[in-house]
Write a protein that binds this ligand. Structure first.
Ligand code: F0G
Length: 490
């Protein structure tokens, strides 16, 4: 780390070093309040080497995979920001818990420890383990979905929408207007638009089987939802007699934002805020690969006995017996421990500060980023930055390819490639063309962040020479995972 980069995850500029030394020498009462650098609140016990690649090598690799980031081998990637899902570092305590895993088919104590850890934060009556989040969604929509049904959310994540549409139902996104404006500084850009939700519930009547909300709003930039908005959304769902389901993948990051930004919440513990959020809901879907520090795992939680009984029947057919879902006992143990670590405020402070630091630095370079910084990722507004590339030539894809070619960094397009294709075969530009740089939990360090910023400095020099892309092959559903691209000539 070069000295010219100055202080890093800081909330304010550091005073000159000698002031600290002087302060430290005059007595302990001057110590920590003076120090503003937020350090990674962990030491590293085990490391994975990164294989270095050259730009020429990466150029060829991109052609080999038809410019689809999901086709790259991960050991050809220097810094992998494709997802924060399942890619985090487990703690020593989690690895120890793994050894305690009991692999009994039925009634494993590992399941009961997992169940207790979930209920401690999300006190639902029934906790049904699944191998990951989308399995919980598949079970839920096998019961609540179906032809002619309509399901609102602030913004459905792609697998959520995929499972809804696969059941024959339709998903609709009703996030507040500020959520579509990358530069708008609204503190809770993931909030549900309550006016639109109420008219939606009136218009669609009995065809709405549930109301959903996603915390944080991943597809909209990892933006949080306020506790007040969760409560108001729940109240509307209740008024119209609909179950309210929270997609809780990043519940702890969402709770941190509530604590930081919502009036009256600043002195409350993260655990209490999390409990208040889930207390409003009739159920939740969860990918434990995010805010449970798992490499795999998920759950569906429900209060309704009949629905839970149906869900368990599906689970037994497709995932596994209800005391393991699709998981091993050791996975359940790692998740139980992870859930006790994720609500740690020192961790959450460092976690959110990491993203804010990168956003501030990119913003200072004049690169349009989604602001304020989201919880798990940094989002670049590629449509604005590469305004010479029309949305139907995928500016987000062009930026993702350039980031990999120039710096070996793998990000993910979240825009027209991901959302532009409709079930009827038509294609329209998505609401935004973003590139997401998702930050795995506890995995990368300060200098990885500084390297990323340096790559963007270089990109800024050549961005006007980047060209768009054309899709040459695509599947019917969720095309972004497997479609092939061809680079357009300037
Ligand atoms: N809901 C949200 C909000 C998500 O972000 C994800 C996954 C899922 C559901 C599905 O969970 O992957 O365990 O099946 N998001 C990952 C991502 C894949 O990269 O954002 P899963």
């Amino acid at each position: 780390m070069g000295a010219e980069r100055g202080p890093h995850w800081t909330t304010a500029a550091l005073r000159p070093f000698r002031v600290h030394v002087a302060a430290m020498m005059t007595g302990p009462e001057f110590r920590s309040p003076e120090l503003k650098t937020i350090i990674e609140p962990f030491r590293i016990k085990s490391v994975e080497p990164i294989r270095m690649t050259t730009r020429d090598e990466r150029k060829k690799l991109l052609e080999n995979v038809h410019f689809n980031m999901f086709g790259l081998h991960s050991d050809d990637v220097l810094i992998d920001l494709l997802t924060d899902s399942g890619t985090g570092a487990m703690s020593a305590a989690q690895w120890s818990a793994v050894m305690r895993g009991d692999e009994s088919y039925a009634g494993s104590p590992s399941f009961y420890r997992f169940e207790a850890a979930v209920k401690n934060l999300a006190p639902f009556k029934h906790v049904i383990p699944t191998h990951q989040g989308r399995a919980a969604e598949a079970i839920l929509f096998s019961m609540l979905g179906g032809v002619g049904r309509n399901i609102p959310n602030n913004t459905h994540f792609d697998t959520t929408r995929g499972n809804i549409e696969a059941s024959g139902a339709a998903g609709h996104d009703l996030v507040i207007a500020e959520g579509h404006d990358p530069a708008n500084l609204h503190p809770f850009k993931g909030n549900m638009d309550l006016v639109r939700l109420e008219s939606y519930l009136q218009e669609h009547g009995d065809s709405v089987p549930c109301v959903m909300i996603t915390i944080t709003n991943n597809a909209g930039g990892g933006q949080p939802v306020s506790l007040a908005n969760i409560r108001a959304t729940a109240a509307l769902a209740r008024k119209y007699g609909r179950p309210f389901i929270i997609d809780g993948c990043r519940f702890a990051e969402n709770a941190w934002f509530i604590k930081e930004r919502e009036e009256g919440q600043e002195d409350r513990s993260i655990t209490d805020i999390v409990r208040d959020c889930f207390a409003e809901a009739d159920g939740m879907t969860m990918s434990a690969k995010k805010d449970a520090f798992g490499n795999i795992g998920g759950w569906l939680a429900l209060n309704d006995d009949d629905l839970a009984a149906k869900a368990r029947n599906y689970l037994i057919r497709a995932e596994g017996f209800p005391t393991y879902g699709g998981l091993s006992g050791r996975d359940l143990e790692a998740l139980a421990q992870g859930l006790s670590e994720i609500v740690d405020e020192d961790y959450l402070r460092y976690r959110i500060r990491t993203n804010t630091y990168i956003v501030e630095r990119l913003d200072a370079l004049g690169i349009p980023v989604v602001k304020p910084a989201g919880g798990h990722a940094v989002f670049i507004d590629a449509r604005t930055w590469l305004s010479h590339i029309p949305p139907l030539q995928y500016p987000g894809q062009a930026l993702a390819v350039a980031l990999y070619e120039l710096g070996g960094i793998r990000g993910c397009e979240i825009g027209t490639v991901m959302f532009g294709m409709h079930p009827d075969g038509t294609e329209t530009p998505a609401a935004m063309d973003l590139v997401r740089l998702a930050i795995p939990r506890r995995t990368y360090t300060q200098s990885h962040a500084d390297y990323l910023i340096e790559v963007f400095e270089e990109l800024a020099e050549i961005k006007d020479t980047l060209t768009g892309y054309r899709i040459t092959h695509q599947p019917d559903l969720m095309r972004h995972f497997t479609c092939r691209f061809e680079k357009l000539e300037p």
